[in-house]
Design a protein around this ligand. Structure first.
Ligand code: UDP
Ligand code: MG
Length: 342
C-alpha cells in the first residue's frame, strides 16, 4: 500500500488522541489541531541564534481519534469531523478498554512516520509539538514532554504520584521518569517496538522506557482540563500504580522474603529468651497479650505476602488467556472494515 507521504515525499505526522466521553473538548481540540496544521513555528533551541523554523505545512497530518467506548455524543462529533476533513480518522473500540489499551489501538492504526500522543482535554499544549518535531528531525526516537507544572490537581494526588514514582524507581531497574506522561512524539521505530508488546494489562509509561531508543526531553506547562472531568479517580490511579509496580518488578515478592526472614530471626531470639527465662526463674504460664499481638502480626504479614503473590498470579492468569488487548468496532465508520482489510 502506498501512503500519501510516499507520493509527495512529505513526512506524515499522526496525532493520536484517545477519547472517552470528551464531547466538550473534541471541537476545540480539532480547531487547535487545524490551526496547528497551517502554522509555522520558531523553535528556540540552544546553539542556534534566533531559533529554528518548523513549518507544519511541510508535513502531512493525520488526526487519529480512538473512541474508547464513549457514552456521550463524542462518536457523533467524530463522525461529523471525519465527513468534513479527510485527515481525520476514527477507530471505534467496542467498549471502554481504558486509556492504555486505546493507545495501543491507536498505534496499530496510525500511519505516520511519527506519532504524537495527546489527551483530548487540551491539557497537553499543542505549541510544544513543533519543538518535538524539531528534535525528531535531529534523530531522536522518543521526544517526551516533561511537566513543569501539573495543572489543577489535588495536593494529595500530586504528592501520591510523586511518591509512587520514587517507589517505583527504587524497586525496578528501569528508570521511569517522574512527571512524564503520554504526551510525546514517537518515531515509527518506537511505535513498532511498542506494538510488539501485546500485554493486556498495560502500563505504557513504563513501556516507553523499556523499549529504549534515543530519548529527548521537552519541558511544558500542563494546562487545566478544558471541559468535563478526569476519568481517573483515586481508586483508578491506585490501580494504575499497582499495575505499574507489578508489571515492572518482582521486588515486592523479594521484600516479603526478607520480611519473613527478619520476623523468623526475631521469633527465634524471643524463643531463646523465653527458654532461658523459664529455666532461670521458672516462669508460670502467662503472656496472653504478647501471644495475641504476635499471632495478629504474623497473620497480617502472611495475608499481605499472600496478597502480593496473588497479584502476580492474577497477572499470569490474565496474560496466559492471551486475549486481544482491545476489540475494534469500526474504522472510519466503514462497514465490514475488518473483512476488507483481509
Ligand atoms: N481516556 C480514555 N479511556 C479511559 C479514560 C481516559 O481514552 O478509560 C482518555 C481521555 O479521553 C483523555 C485521556 O485519556 O483524552 C486522559 O484522561 P483524563 O484527562 O481523564 O486523565 P488525567 O488528565 O486526569 O490524567
Ligand atoms: Mg486530563
Amino acid at each position: 500500500m502506498t501512503t500519501i507521504n510516499e507520493i509527495n515525499n512529505k513526512p506524515l505526522l499522526t496525532v493520536l488522541v484517545p477519547c472517552h466521553n470528551e464531547e466538550g473538548n473534541i471541537q476545540s481540540l480539532y480547531n487547535a489541531l487545524d490551526h496547528f496544521s497551517h502554522s509555522v513555528y520558531t523553535v528556540e533551541t540552544d546553539g542556534r541564534e534566533g531559533g529554528s523554523l518548523v513549518d507544519i505545512n511541510n508535513m502531512d497530518l493525520e488526526f487519529l481519534f480512538v473512541d474508547d467506548g464513549s457514552v456521550d455524543s463524542t462518536v457523533e462529533m467524530l463522525e461529523q469531523l471525519r465527513n468534513r476533513d479527510s485527515r481525520v480518522s476514527v477507530v471505534r473500540l467496542s467498549r471502554n478498554f481504558g486509556k492504555e489499551n486505546a493507545l495501543l489501538a491507536g498505534m496499530d492504526f496510525a500511519k505516520g512516520d511519527a506519532v504524537v500522543i495527546m489527551d483530548a482535554d487540551l491539557q497537553d499544549p499543542i505549541e510544544v509539538v513543533p519543538e518535538m518535531i524539531y528534535w525528531w528531525r535531529q534523530g531522536y526516537d522518543d521526544v517526551y514532554g516533561k511537566r513543569i507544572s501539573r495543572g489543577k490537581e489535588s495536593w494529595l494526588r500530586k504528592r501520591l504520584s510523586l511518591a509512587f514514582y520514587a517507589l517505583l524507581k527504587k524497586m525496578s531497574n528501569i528508570d521511569i521518569l517522574p512527571n512524564v506522561g503520554d504526551f510525546r512524539l514517537l518515531d515509527r521505530k518506537s511505535v513498532d517496538a511498542l506494538r510488539q508488546l501485546r500485554e493486556t494489562q498495560r502500563y505504557t509509561k513504563g513501556l516507553y522506557c523499556w523499549i529504549g531508543f534515543r530519548k529527548k526531553e521537552v519541558a511544558f506547562d500542563r494546562a487545566d482540563r478544558h471541559a468535563g472531568k478526569s476519568s481517573f479517580n483515586m481508586m483508578k490511579l491506585l490501580n494504575l500504580a499497582v499495575e505499574g509496580i507489578t508489571s515492572y518488578t518482582t521486588t515486592p515478592l523479594r521484600i516479603s522474603i526478607v520480611a519473613g526472614f527478619l520476623v523468623s530471626i526475631l521469633a527465634f531470639c524471643y524463643l531463646i529468651f523465653i527458654f532461658m527465662k523459664t529455666l532461670i526463674w521458672g516462669e508460670a504460664v502467662s503472656g496472653f497479650p504478647t501471644l495475641i499481638c504476635v499471632i495478629l502480626f504474623l497473620g497480617g504479614m502472611q495475608l499481605l505476602a499472600l496478597g502480593i503473590i496473588g497479584e502476580y498470579v492474577g497477572r499470569i492468569f490474565n496474560e496466559t488467556k492471551g486475549r486481544a488487548p482491545y476489540v475494534v468496532d469500526s474504522y472510519n465508520f466503514e462497514e465490514g472494515w475488518s473483512r476488507k482489510r483481509k
